[in-house]
Ligand binder design. Structure first.
Ligand code: NAI
Ligand code: NA
Length: 396
């Protein structure tokens, strides 16, 4: 079929297999161009199909020749019905990995569930024996709690008071004022239940109990801080509470891993266009200004540049992992540079519907958004028929 984008707000209902494949190939080529990393050998990536998790899987495999198992929740392709981008990304990744002689298998299902955890443990036991790196990169709006059965829905709200600020509809470029009413106590608890560290700890506990973690095993989850501009709705809002919980969980997990000499880290990453972040109010406006400033300074990075740098310059340097005063790895260092933030803050004051395409990188935002779904990718032929049904070669 000929596949075109069908956009509904901040999601796109269709995705393009060839575009997704090209994105993955581009990421692989980037990692290869940066040379070999003396990194992990057997890696489990939870949330492996898009965004930072996919970049982690690619960096593990093509930067460090690692065997990888990916867990994700994606819609398979079917006749007349394109799959979700993560489905096509994984198909492309596993095809490339297998051609390169690398072990790569994956499991599609709810990572929050006991069933998918058990399935993953069985696969590691049979195929890899143990893993030495576990990347935790889930971004989800809901979680069915495996012990209580309760469905938790996360919300993106400020805490304590109504938040009013500028936001942009990145499709139209319309800059408007948005007001978000504060979260209830229940909203906070639900968001922490979905995006906090409980599930990460459950994974590590289960892996450890089954003796599937190698001596010195490392686990990494991803967090975000961001600027004062977005603080009320992000870091000091409901999602920030979840990130506080996730960051605190790193210490609990490190205790769990003591006898293995293992360690849990949270890496604070840069704001980027992903399916998760385009859903957050105010963030798209911030990102479009940030992109403009960082590109002008020659320090813009995408997910693959971020994760490649995380591995090569933080996690696997051969010496101690550098962390901030709260024990976190900072790969958002360029985003948070004073000169960058000062310029973004000035542009933020000025931003209007009329000038945003000029002073912000709205075009870059949009391109990145469409790229997530395999559209507007350079070198891909979109006018012709493609087979929408694609197999994931390592799917278990
Ligand atoms: P994403 O939406 O690109 O990736 C989410 C991944 O989780 C996908 O592989 C998806 O299949 C998987 N997933 C979601 N629900 C699942 C479930 N129930 N079971 C199994 N897999 C499931 O998101 P992104 O942006 O890569 O986020 C990953 C982490 O990075 C999150 O913790 C996020 O907060 C963090 N982060 C994101 C930043 C951004 O600007 N996008 C910045 C800094 C941190
Ligand atoms: Na991810």
């Amino acid at each position: 079929m000929i596949i075109t984008p069908r956009v509904r707000g901040f999601i796109c209902l269709t995705s393009h297999p060839k575009g997704c494949e090209q994105n993955v190939v581009n990421q692989i080529n980037y990692v290869k161009s940066k040379g070999t990393i003396d990194g992990p050998k057997k890696v489990l990536v939870i949330g492996a199909s898009t965004g930072f998790g996919l970049a982690s899987r690619i960096t593990s495999a093509f930067g460090s020749n690692a065997a990888t198992i990916g867990v994700y929740f994606e819609k398979p392709s079917a006749e007349g019905k394109p799959g979700s981008p993560g489905w096509y990304n994984t198909a492309a990744f596993e095809k490339q990995a297998h051609e390169a002689g690398l072990y790569a298998k994956s499991i599609n299902g709810d990572a929050f569930s006991d069933e998918i955890k058990q399935k993953t443990l069985d696969l590691i036991k049979t195929d890899l024996g143990q893993v030495d790196l576990v990347i935790y990169s889930l971004a989800s709006p809901r979680r069915v709690h495996p012990k209580t059965g309760v469905i938790h829905n996360s919300v993106l709200k400020p805490i304590g008071q109504t938040f009013s600020n500028k936001t942009v509809d990145f499709h139209t470029g319309n800059v408007t004022e948005v007001s978000i009413t504060p979260a209830s106590e229940e909203d906070i608890e639900n968001t922490v239940a979905v995006m906090g560290g409980e599930d990460w700890a459950m994974w590590i506990d289960a892996l450890k109990a089954a003796n599937l973690l190698a001596p010195g095993a490392t686990t990494v989850a991803y967090s975000y801080i961001g600027p004062a501009l977005t603080e009320a709705v992000y870091r000091k809002g409901t999602i920030g509470r979840a990130k506080d919980h996730l960051e605190a969980t790193a210490f609990t997990i490190t205790d769990t891993l003591k006898d293995l000499n293992g360690k849990a880290y949270v890496s604070v990453n840069k704001a980027l266009v992903t399916q998760a972040s385009s859903a957050i109010p105010v963030i798209p406006l911030y990102i479009s200004l940030l992109y403009k400033v960082m590109k002008a300074k020659g320090i813009h990075e995408g997910t693959i540049e971020q994760i490649q740098r995380l591995y090569q310059e933080r996690l696997y340097t051969g010496s101690e992992v550098p962390v901030d005063e709260k024990g976190r790895i900072r790969i958002d260092d360029w985003e948070m540079r004073d000169d960058v933030q000062a310029e973004v803050a000035t542009l933020w004051e000025q931003a209007t519907t009329e000038n945003l395409s000029e002073i912000g990188d709205l075009a870059g935002y949009r391109t990145d958004f469409f790229n997530l779904f395999g559209f507007e990718v350079e070198g891909v032929e979109y006018g012709t028929d493609v087979n929408e049904v694609v197999e994931v070669p390592g799917l278990v």
